[in-house]
Write a new protein. Sequence first.
Length: 276
Amino acid sequence: MHIHDTSTARIAATLPTEELRAEFLLSNLFQVGAANFHYWTTDRTIVGAIVPGATALELPNPPEVRSTFFLERREAGVINLGGPGTITADGVVQTLASLDGLYLGRGTKIVSFASRTAEQPAHFYFLSYPAHAVYPVRHVALQDATPARLGAVATANDRTIYKYFHPGAFPTCQLVMGFTRLESGSVWNTMPPHTHLRRSEVYCYFQVPAAQAVFHFMGAPATTRHLVVRDLEAVLSPPWSIHSGSGTKNYSFIWGMAGENKDYTDMDFAEISELR
């Protein structure tokens, strides 16, 4: 498991492109037949992807976690970005269609992931944080997620936000997670941008066509930087950083966060006139 200890805002503003990408961009997460994980020291975040092929994959227990099983002291959220599949949690089988989600509570011991077919494998995106309370496993289908339509065509940010794991749906320890879909003709997300000092966040971009890209903006409002992001790549967003993006075509992204609170609206906005 790769360990990420990202720079401060002042240092990040001076990093060359490749060093910035090495610290904040997670590439090659989704590999058929493998479970890949990254440990980010901020909020003790673990980001990963599990892509079962012809055989099921068990949730490993990396030595960096220092526990008897992965979720001994952690909770996790999973959203399927591929073909249909199943997650078996302590003997209970959960079926996940594309864009279905599953919450795994602290104490869930044995977890395995499987694809319905090897030809169209499931792509399970995985996000985990420490947990200090126990909540049950919960399945969230796309049609059961809480949608919110925001933005407008005129400002190129017409989008729908789907909230999966959040206080309005059911309790979690600190994980808040969902995804945003940009409508056709819209390319901007989260503009004007914001930071939230009380939480870190991870973005995973998907439904980005092969010949297209998303320009993810990060950094302090007065010293912004950008990362060119491709399909199924993730970005680590520290509490001090804005997180906004503009694509060469419409796209979608999973957002997930944890920290001091679970208030989705707790944001410190930066006016567009302040950006540099």
